[in-house]
Design a binder for this molecule. Structure first.
Ligand SMILES: [Zn+2]
Length: 303
């Protein structure tokens, strides 16, 4: 089965040495880059939380952490490639900001994706870590980007990855890496591409948190699919989705169809009931720290 092969690929990645991250000094050019990314139009951030966060940063009431990793391994690959993450936090303390990012998991994700297909030497990600939550809108209100979207990227452009919320930023990173890594099928419509990309993103998130181990994956994946199915039923019942052309369909309902179409629908048994009270796409059972992007208390803050 396709997913057994991919799980093995993930296990193989976890068997490699973990890439390490190096801190990068934030200079005037970097602040200018952050300002540009905060000001550029982004339909996934209609209220422009990025500009508000940038203004807070200028006032010294927010902070930024920049790290780079070299993800290739000299013995396996000839060319060196890596990733750069620019993380703008609502916390004024850089040590707290740094602890919000699951660096170890992200290093593994970049390792799994490999060098950008375009041949570019690195992936570039900027995160404006707004604390804005994904909540159900009132009954009868259609879903819109401000309720669900978390980021954007341009097709095959590894330096274009933008993330605009703190919660679920790891799932969004995977989703945007798929776009930036040239997986979009140009023969599909945008809603089809989005549904398929999101279907894969949740599958990869679950498989990575299971470290590619089949029993762990088999426990988590049916729960995630049951969670998504319950959430989709709630959106229909609450009339946050009313017909098949509504914006919310591509993510909420069509991703379920995509799992069927892609052969990713779980074969292990699903739980009888799951609790859903949010529009977060991933259930907290996958890993609460990863889903909420909580500061990682397992590591010292100054690391
Ligand atoms: Zn997308």
């Amino acid at each position: 089965m396709a997913d057994e092969v991919t799980l093995k690929t993930i296990r193989d990645v976890f068997a490699l040495p973990e890439p390490s991250w190096e801190a990068v000094t934030v200079d005037a050019a970097m602040l200018n880059y952050i300002r540009q990314r905060a000001e550029e139009p982004a339909f996934v951030d209609p209220d422009n939380t990025r500009s508000q966060l940038y203004a807070t940063l200028q006032q010294g009431r927010a902070s930024v952490v920049v790290r780079e990793c070299t993800c290739s391994l000299a013995s396996r690959e000839q060319r060196s490639w890596g990733a750069r993450v620019v993380y703008v936090s609502e916390s004024p303390y850089p040590a707290v900001a740094a602890a919000e990012v699951p660096w170890s998991t992200w290093a593994r994700i970049f390792q799994l994706f490999g060098q950008p297909r375009s041949g570019a030497p690195r992936w570039e990600v900027i995160v404006f870590a707004s604390s804005r939550k994904r909540d159900f809108p009132p009954e009868g209100t259609l879903l819109a980007p401000e309720h669900i979207n978390g980021g954007s990227a341009y097709r095959c452009e590894p330096s274009s990855i933008l993330i605009v919320r703190r919660e679920e930023m790891t799932r969004v990173l995977i989703h945007e890496l798929l776009h930036a890594g040239c997986t979009d099928d140009p023969n599909q419509t945008v809603p089809q591409i989005e549904a398929q990309t999101e279907a894969w993103a949740e599958w990869f998130l679950t498989a990575i948190m299971a470290r590619g181990l089949q029993p762990r994956f088999c426990a988590l994946w049916p729960r995630q699919v049951a969670y998504a199915e319950k959430q989709a039923a709630m959106c229909l019942e609450r009339k946050n989705i009313q017909n098949q052309n509504d914006y919310g369909c591509r993510y909420i309902t069509d991703r379920i169809q995509a799992w069927h179409n892609l052969g990713l629908y779980p074969t292990c048994p699903k739980p009888k009931s799951v609790k859903v009270n949010t529009l977060r796409f991933s259930g907290e059972f996958i890993d609460p720290a990863i889903v909420y992007a909580k500061p990682d208390k397992r590591r010292p803050l100054n690391k």
